[in-house]
Design a protein around this ligand. Structure first.
Ligand code: HEC
Ligand code: HEC
Length: 391
């Protein structure tokens, strides 16, 4: 919704300018030209390099590198097309919402809202997810969305466009018809596919390639992991110890952070009874889950860029990392489906970490080292429609 407001703000500024310039007796046409220019994306002459070079010279990402290496190479012109589609509000029924409305670069592609506003001022049922290394979820086949209902990125990318809350189109044919009416797409499809024909497969592929290129492994934590943690402050290092040892956080949130055992879904005892039941039919996925009905299982999200992606959890119930840490410290409910990693050894009771204030602060300080500043400022992932009105 904020993007929407910014859009309107710009429009208002233009409108005021138009009236002002008009009053001065100058040509109004200039403003019309500006308005047209605003609609076209601003792209570099040579496309950015979207190739995924995950090979940091490091041991901690060996699993990440070997798994993601299986994913097809990315074509720069196809990913560029995907970038434009990702940011284009034309892709919503009322020209108000783009993927980027709920996935903002400066927030590591989350949106800072508990629930997000779609095209008709309706709220999404779950908290918008940050887009963090989708290449890893794809390579692991661990699933997309909080309830992992899609395993293939190229199947999921088209869903929000058709979703009645999110972008609101009835059929893809209508989306394609609309894209044909926009002047810049023919050229972008031509560059990407040597043919200006717009098809649903190309829309899928280009969005997928753009998302696969969104690799974020360049944080202070990565630098520390490569240097025996010498670059960490003592507090950050203490936080890492809690995260990787007594807190058992790494047992579940390892994945794209460190080598080792990778869990993909869990119930973390947020409630005694869940209103949002989460992943359906868990027993089919996990053999040792409790007898039906199981509930409260959600995707274990990546914690990269976590300081930027609040509010937290599938329903955005926690607004700060301190609150999240307090949940794991003292708030875990004894739900029958609670993951064994969150039960005290040899008992069925939830863990109580009993962290001191200093240790809680250390854990939060560690979580803040997972922020990748390059990722959130890299122009190749940025909004190509921004700043057009000012030129
Ligand atoms: C109105 C807000 C909204 C819009 C618009 C939107 N999304 Fe999302 N996105 C969400 C929400 C909410 C979720 C979590 C939904 C769920 O789990 O049921 C999500 C989840 C995702 C995920 C899953 C991430 C993961 O790690 O599992 C990806 C990828 C994604 N969106 C990409 C896109 C793309 C691509 C577009 C545009 C075609 C888009 N989104 C448009 C709100 C939005
Ligand atoms: C048993 C596996 C498991 C363990 C152990 C675990 N987590 Fe989680 N974590 C999850 C799952 C699953 C979610 C999402 C739950 C939901 O939304 O219902 C989550 C969510 C989070 C989130 C919010 C992510 C977001 O994008 O909203 C943070 C932060 C987090 N965990 C930090 C930690 C820390 C710190 C520890 C250690 C003290 C820890 N986790 C231990 C499974 C785990």
């Amino acid at each position: 919704m904020k993007t929407n407001l910014i859009h309107w703000n710009k429009f208002l500024v233009l409108l005021v300018l138009a009236v002002f310039v008009g009053a001065l007796g100058c040509k109004k046409q200039n403003n019309k030209e500006n308005l047209t220019a605003y609609l076209a994306p601003q792209l570099p002459d040579q496309p950015y390099d979207y190739s995924v070079n995950t090979n940091r010279n490091t041991k901690h990402l060996q699993t990440f590198n070997s798994i993601t290496a299986q994913i097809i190479p990315i074509n720069n012109n196809i990913a560029t097309l995907g970038r434009v589609i990702f940011y284009d509000k034309m892709l919503s029924i009322n020209n108000a919402i783009a993927c980027a409305s709920c996935h903002k670069q400066e927030m590591a592609f989350a949106d800072g809202e508990k629930f997000s506003m779609g095209f008709a001022n309706m709220l999404t049922k779950r908290n918008s997810m940050a887009i963090i290394n989708p290449i890893f979820s794809q390579a692991m086949h661990s699933g997309f969305f909080w309830d992992i209902r899609e395993t293939e990125l190229n199947m999921m990318v088209i869903k929000p466009v058709q979703n009645h809350i999110e972008m609101g189109f009835d059929t893809i044919a209508n989306v394609i018809a609309k894209m044909k009416s926009v002047p810049y797409y023919a050229n972008l499809f031509q560059k990407a596919y040597a043919s200006n024909e717009i098809t649903v497969d190309k829309i899928r592929e280009s969005l997928t390639q753009f998302l696969l290129s969104m690799v974020t492994i360049n944080s202070p934590y990565d630098l520390a992991a490569e240097n025996n943690f010498a670059t960490f402050t003592p507090q950050e290092f203490r936080g890492w110890e809690i995260f990787s040892k007594e807190g058992k956080c790494l047992n579940c949130h390892g994945g794209d952070i460190s080598n080792g055992w990778v869990e993909t879904i869990a119930n973390i005892g947020l409630d005694d009874k869940y209103t949002d039941k989460g992943i359906p039919n868990v027993n089919r996925i996990i053999k040792n889950a409790n007898e039906s009905p199981s509930e409260g299982y959600f995707k274990i999200p990546s914690l990269r860029n976590i300081a930027l992606t609040g509010p937290y959890m599938h329903d955005g119930r926690f607004s700060t990392l301190d609150q999240v840490v307090e949940h794991y410290n003292s708030g875990i409910k004894n739900h029958p489906d609670l993951h064994w990693n969150l039960r005290r050894n040899g008992t069925s009771l939830p863990i109580k970490l009993n962290l001191t204030q200093a240790n809680k602060a250390a854990l939060v300080a560690f979580l803040k080292t997972l922020t990748d500043k390059n990722f959130i400022t890299d122009p190749k992932f940025s909004d190509p429609f921004v700043g057009m009105a000012l030129n």
